[in-house]
Design a protein around this ligand. Structure first.
Ligand SMILES: [Zn+2]
Ligand SMILES: [Zn+2]
Length: 346
């Protein structure tokens, strides 16, 4: 079968490899679509640690069950499944409290397990029982189902900070995740303001339903947000990009008692940031971290996608067949598109 094999920074190639072995307590999935995540792009640029010479990336997966292990009573050949990234241990302190995304033995598809950028994918017992495998709602396309993965963490973080009707929510970051934040904030009844700095992306973002769009290259973003909120500042600011500057700005553009979400990580080599701590102290700001999500959000995301609450046709702006994976990564890196999804070869 064909798979996009990743061997290190800049080394990605579509190769012929052996069809995966069917585990007695697992499945084989025929992959129909697999999204390219920001973390896949980071791996492509900077490398990724895994304990083998090569790996198959991709954890935003949708496909059809091709084979079922003899000890798996609850799945059938032909079922349409969506699979998301994390695998948790079910044993540790956090898992016992159902905080699976904080699992001490956290594993992820595409690093610890072979991912979805292949014609077929092994779904071992660990992924099937301790990961995020959900049946796709009827009518949802495979390409759309891959968006459930990035949408899940967006849903989880906005649920955590209780984005509410009528609130003004600033989203800093014009990538696919920023656009998903805009759509979810809108679905929750809020007024989303999107801040970005790439002309092509802001053009694409215009269609996704932001109340206002601010081009960070042309405006003082803090002043612009204050001008849109009677000088008070926004109720919520979500930083959906890897930028210290954006994190500092977020603290300065929310109102008293406002909530700030640090949604995007900074580079591992340079994570120390400066925030105005007097603003946090005197104005009683709440600063939240957000990483991954409970599996229930993946199921919820599939449902919202099927009902059109999140419009995937505006988020996924390019699809490439698996054989053109390298071209797909290059276009995703160029930031000329929003979400880029690989699809099964014809
Ligand atoms: Zn992802
Ligand atoms: Zn655990």
């Amino acid at each position: 079968m064909k798979a996009a094999i990743f061997r290190g920074p800049g080394q990605l190639a579509v190769e012929e490899i052996a069809y995966p072995e069917l585990p007695p307590d697992g499945l084989i999935l025929q992959v129909k679509a697999c999204g390219i995540c920001g973390s896949d792009l980071r791996a492509y640029q900077h490398g990724l640690r895994f304990d083998r010479e090569w790996q198959i990336l991709g954890h935003e997966i949708a496909g059809v069950v091709a084979e079922v292990g003899r000890d798996v009573p609850d799945y059938q050949v032909g079922e349409r499944l969506a699979i998301a990234a994390d695998v948790h241990c079910q044993q540790c302190y956090y898992c016992r409290r159902a905080l699976y995304n904080l699992c001490e033995n956290w594993q992820v598809i595409g690093a610890h397990y072979a991912g979805g950028m292949a014609e077929y994918m092994q779904v071992p017992e660990a992924i099937l029982r301790r990961g995020m495998v959900h049946r796709m709602p009827e009518g949802l396309s495979f390409v759309a189902a891959t968006v459930a993965e990035p949408a899940s963490s967006v849903l989880a973080s906005q649920h955590e900070i209780a984005v509410d009707l009528g609130e003004t929510v600033v989203v800093i970051g014009d990538g696919p995740v920023g656009c998903l934040h805009v759509q979810v904030a809108r679905a929750r009844g809020a007024r989303p303001i999107l801040i970005g700095r790439r002309a092509e992306r802001l053009r694409l973002a215009e269609r996704i339903g932001a109340w206002r769009i601010i081009d960070a290259r042309q405006a003082d973003t803090v002043a612009a947000v204050r001008a849109l909120t009677e000088g008070r500042g926004a109720d919520v600011a979500i930083v959906a990009c890897a930028s210290k500057e954006a994190q500092a700005d977020a603290v300065n553009m929310v109102r008293k008692r406002g909530r700030v979400v640090l949604f995007g990580g900074l580079p591992k080599s340079d994570p120390i940031t400066q925030l105005d701590s007097n603003r946090i102290h005197y104005d009683e700001l709440h600063i939240y971290g957000a990483f991954s999500y409970h599996p229930r959000y993946h199921r919820m995301a599939l449902d919202l996608l099927a009902r059109g609450q999140i419009e995937t046709d505006k988020i996924v702006t390019a699809t490439y067949p698996l054989v053109r994976a390298v071209a797909a990564f290059e276009v995703a890196l160029s930031r000329a598109e929003l979400k880029v999804v690989l699809t099964a070869n014809e």
